[in-house]
Ligand binder design. Structure first.
Ligand SMILES: [Zn+2]
Length: 139
């Protein structure tokens, strides 16, 4: 063995900040959310996989604290990860909501409304205004 010789490994130099929920925190979050997706209300018995999601994404400095966690089914977790609860995401959902309203696509409209309610409920990007239209029958 050649002692004291170190290989240069660029990847090991990257500082990775692990900011994930612990198993215990996840259990607390699941329990608080009554083991259902906060967007669609599906439970494991419906055949969905439940995940704990960072309400404010890690990439935006969201902390791994119970208050920043929410229960999402795999579908909504995936959609949220792709679109993000970012300003762009919110604006996009508002646009999509308006579009689906115009097109009369109730399913899409309902989905967008659900997502936007999550934004509003958690006061995320509340400077971007969104108004649910009068008839809340979109589901
Ligand atoms: Zn869901």
């Amino acid at each position: 063995m050649r002692k004291g010789v170190y290989r240069y490994e660029p990847n090991s130099l990257k500082i990775k900040i692990l900011n994930n929920f612990t198993g215990q925190q996840k259990q607390q979050i699941f329990k608080r959310d009554q083991n259902k997706c906060v967007i669609c209300g599906k439970v494991r018995e419906d055949g969905v996989e439940l995940h704990v999601d960072h309400i404010k994404p890690q990439s935006l400095g969201g902390e791994a604290i119970v208050e920043n966690g929410q229960t999402l089914c795999a579908t909504h977790n995936f959609r949220k990860k792709n679109l993000g609860q970012t300003e762009t995401g919110k604006k996009m959902f508002i646009r999509l909501y308006e579009l689906s309203k115009k097109k009369g696509d109730r399913e899409l409209k309902g989905f967008c409304a659900d997502i936007l309610r999550v934004y509003e409920g958690h006061d995320i990007n509340s400077h971007i205004k969104w108004q649910v239209d009068g008839s809340r029958d979109a589901k």
